[in-house]
Write a protein of this length. Structure first.
Length: 349
């Protein structure tokens, strides 16, 4: 039996969501594979979508500390990273023993530095997967230079041990892995249902645009009911449970517009399911500027201020967004299959 160990970042939902797509594609190729996931991400995501994997909850990185989906805490982010990476040697040794106990044949990391240092120490090949690296994210915060000057160098050393790096679109970083980088298409969750069927199941009137409010793991309070009463759109929320048998990508596919902060996951799913994106700012996160600059190539998108968003002044921005022409490019969204083939070939090799 082949054993593949995934190390999945616990930051938000996006890393886990795309790894689940890869795991599903991988098991379709190699049903004999044993997949173990070590992660601080929400366990229900894996239990719901890949119930047969072995889930081992643990801290594999510290990400960015969020106050809510639109605000982050730079100082606490720095303190948490300093705590974690000051003790990296001990963590690597613990993971080396774990990989040995599991009989790991391959490590896949999205994209905790710990994964690659531990794999190297255990003599196991490793595959990095992501659209950014944490040294790139943290390098934008002056607090790291001031309070944690060694952390970024520690992260880069760990990343340099990756055997292969599969880089997704809308990327930043990857300097320590530049010699082993291969670019791959978007990984995106796609709905298999007819959008009219989904709308009927959700009770959406057929004559009004559908707007999905989606702010991930950390949440934000918005005046949804007031907006629904005062505008000509139907507002649905990702916080509410979809009807039985439906998944989050079905909500995106049913929507004309998704309102969210820009992130790799929501952008890829809007691209794959044909929804437009009305986005707002998300605090000092270096990925934001890159995404805002690049996503108009693939996606109808428009900015709304946090002030207007929180006040429910959405109508003008939604109307303008729906009037925009189609984006100039239609990128492939079969990244899960492409990545699964890379992993399978790495095992065979």
């Amino acid at each position: 039996m082949i054993t593949i160990v995934f190390y999945t970042s616990g930051h938000g939902l996006g890393h886990a969501s795309r790894d689940i797509e890869v795991i599903q594609a991988l098991l379709a190729l190699r049903p004999d594979a044993r997949v173990v996931v070590r992660t601080g991400a929400q366990p229900w995501l894996f239990a719901l979508n890949v119930p047969h994997v072995e889930l081992q909850p643990c801290e594999v990185d510290t990400g960015v500390v969020q106050i809510d989906s639109l605000r982050l805490d730079e100082e606490q982010t720095t303190r948490e990273a300093l705590r974690f990476y000051s003790d990296l040697d001990r963590r690597v040794e613990e993971e080396r023993r774990t990989l040995g106990d599991l009989g790991a044949d391959l490590v896949v990391g999205d994209i905790p530095p710990l994964a690659f240092a531990a794999a190297d120490c255990a003599g196991v090949p490793s595959v990095a997967l992501g659209n950014f690296t944490w040294d790139w994210i943290y390098g934008a915060y002056p607090a790291f230079t001031r309070s944690a000057p060694d952390v970024i160098a520690t992260i880069r050393r760990a990343y340099s041990h990756a055997t292969l790096a599969l880089r997704l679109p809308l990327h930043g970083g990857f300097g320590p892995m530049v010699d082993v980088v291969r670019d791959v298409p978007f990984i995106a969750r796609r709905s298999c249902r007819d959008r009219h069927e989904i709308r009927r199941a959700l009770g959406c009137p057929p004559d009004k645009p559908v707007v999905l409010l989606s702010f991930g793991a950390y949440g934000v309070d918005f005046p949804i009911e007031a907006v629904s009463r005062s505008t000509s759109v139907t507002v649905i929320s990702a916080v509410r449970e979809p009807p039985p048998g439906f998944r989050y990508p079905d909500l995106v596919a049913a929507s004309d517009v998704v309102i969210s902060k820009p992130g790799y996951g929501i952008i890829s799913e809007c691209v794959a399911n044909g929804a437009a994106l009305l986005y707002t700012s998300r605090g000092h996160f270096v990925e934001y500027d890159l995404l805002v600059a690049e996503m108009p190539r693939f996606l109808r998108c428009r900015y709304i201020s946090q002030e207007d968003l929180r006040a429910g002044r959405w109508a003008e921005a939604i109307d303008a967004l729906l009037a925009q022409p189609a984006p100039p490019e239609r990128p492939p969204v079969d990244g899960a299959s492409v990545v699964a083939n890379h992993i399978a070939n790495r095992i065979i090799g």
